[in-house]
Design a protein around this ligand. Structure first.
Ligand SMILES: Nc1ncnc2c1ncn2[C@@H]1O[C@H](COP(=O)(O)OP(=O)(O)OP(=O)(O)O)[C@@H](O)[C@H]1O
Ligand SMILES: [Mg+2]
Length: 419
């Protein structure tokens, strides 16, 4: 039986897996016919220990199944929390174990789709899992390596996600060019300056063509957080005052509710006691009631799902109204693109700075960049694109397969390394 090699893009928000067959990389279906799968898991309490991944996990949660939803697991890689155990129904389980279960499920599904065992893998990784901390960064990669071995991959290696995206784009070009790859994902933004050419083939050693890599831990989930805090949390009482003095009520719960990985902290019974206490001293207790309702109903993720939907809508519309009847009859929140762009101006500047730093590191001037290749879901935010296109005004703008480029490029790399 043939044993296959694959590229695996374990993303903060979505994952893909691709193999190289019949001279081209191909994404494998991982959930029904879908070749992308949300990086989400759901541990149900009824039936006990039901384990769901992807859209099915999101759906079970949104439809009200009791259990625990987890997203953005990749952002825990490289943090000290990775081996912490977290309560999932009646058992406690390490975050690294949750990632292991998720990736093992992807591998199993891919093997069914491919009809053969997949033994070798090139795993994508952001240029930096963690900013400015080499040790944590190495730890994140080591954790992923260990997980990949544990679930049965015999050969495991890594490639930077934007370099993989470059190899996918290279299949489409007809002349040599210097390209800035900009991959704006859910958790990180990554850049590569690379020399691409139609004459290179998968057997070539490409190290000399990769002129610089850079990136930072800033992605779509940071845009979710900012939109949540500025547009949604005020309706739950954020930045309202206490009855005495001009002190605001504590902000902690609002930040937890705006961060995928922190929502579950709010379900600690002690937190609810504190928030009920806040309600007693709040000038707008009716707003705090909404917050209490969300926590009591374990609907924290539903709130952030609403925020994310608003963010996505603002990519193509100047304003968006979210209907939040599930919190309170008639409750709506309006988000506008103007305000979203104002409140995320600092994020935009950091992205712009990182793209310039990457080009500077390549030793080239900005004018030498002949094309910008955008990939990743967050590249659809107009303001994020402008941050880059205004910085490199002469470069041609090219859009990749936003959710598939990295996985496809990793499969090209897998072919190169494992044959
Ligand atoms: N139309 C859109 N406008 C704005 N943001 C979008 C849009 N579509 C998707 N997104 C955002 O893109 C992000 C997911 O992108 P993607 O799947 O490329 O990330 P990822 O590969 O999982 O993350 P990473 O590469 O950082 O690990 C999410 O934050 C999602 O909300
Ligand atoms: Mg990605």
């Amino acid at each position: 039986m043939t044993h296959l090699a694959c590229g695996l893009d374990f993303g903060t928000s979505n994952s893909t897996l691709a193999i190289h067959a019949e001279n081209a990389p191909r994404l494998l279906p991982l959930e029904g016919d879908e070749v992308t799968i949300p990086s989400a898991v759901f541990f149900g309490t009824e039936p006990q220990d039901a384990f769901l991944v992807g859209r099915a996990a999101m759906r079970a949660y949104v439809e009200g199944a009791t259990g625990r939803l987890m997203r953005s697991l990749k952002s825990i890689l490289g943090s000290s929390l990775i081996e912490d155990r977290t309560q999932v129904y009646k058992r406690r389980i390490a975050f690294s174990e949750v990632i292991r279960l998720y990736i093992a499920e992807l591998k199993a599904r891919a093997e069914i789709a491919a009809g053969a065992p997949i033994d070798h893998v090139v795993l994508g990784r952001p240029v930096h899992f963690v900013d400015n901390k080499d040790e944590a960064d190495a730890q994140a990669e080591a954790t992923l390596l260990r997980i990949a071995r544990e679930i049965g991959f015999s050969d495991v290696s890594f490639q930077f996600e934007p370099v993989a995206a470059a190899f996918d784009y290279e299949r489409r070009i007809d002349r040599e060019r210097i390209v800035l790859i900009a991959d704006f994902g859910g958790g990180t933004s990554d850049f590569t300056v690379v020399r691409l050419s139609p004459d290179r083939n998968v057997a070539d050693d490409r190290a000399r063509d990769i002129l610089a890599n850079g990136g930072l831990r800033l992605g779509g989930t940071d845009y979710d957080r900012t939109l949540s805090i500025s547009a949604f949390m005020p309706t739950l009482g954020h930045e309202t005052l206490q009855t005495r003095g001009d002190l605001e009520i504590p902000a902690g719960p609002y930040w937890d509710l705006s961060n995928w990985a922190d929502i579950h902290h709010l379900y600690d019974p002690k937190r609810l006691i504190e928030i009920r206490h806040t309600r007693q001293v709040a000038q707008r207790p009716e707003f705090i009631d909404r917050l209490i309702h969300i926590i009591e109903e374990r609907k924290g993720h539903s709130m952030l799902i609403e925020v994310e939907a608003a963010k996505i809508a603002l990519s193509s519309a100047p304003a968006y109204q979210a209907a939040l009847d599930w919190i309170e009859a008639g409750l709506t929140v309006t988000a506008t693109r103007d305000s979203f762009e104002r409140t995320t101006a600092r994020l935009r500047e950091r992205l712009r700075g990182a793209s310039l730093a990457c080009v500077a590191e390549s030793g080239l001037t900005p004018e030498a960049i002949s094309a910008i290749f955008f990939t990743g879901g967050t590249s659809q935010i107009p303001n994020v694109r402008e941050a880059i296109t205004h910085t490199f005004p002469d470069a041609q703008v090219i859009d990749g397969d936003r959710f598939g480029s990295v996985g496809l490029g990793l499969a090209i790399e897998a072919k190169r390394r494992y044959g």
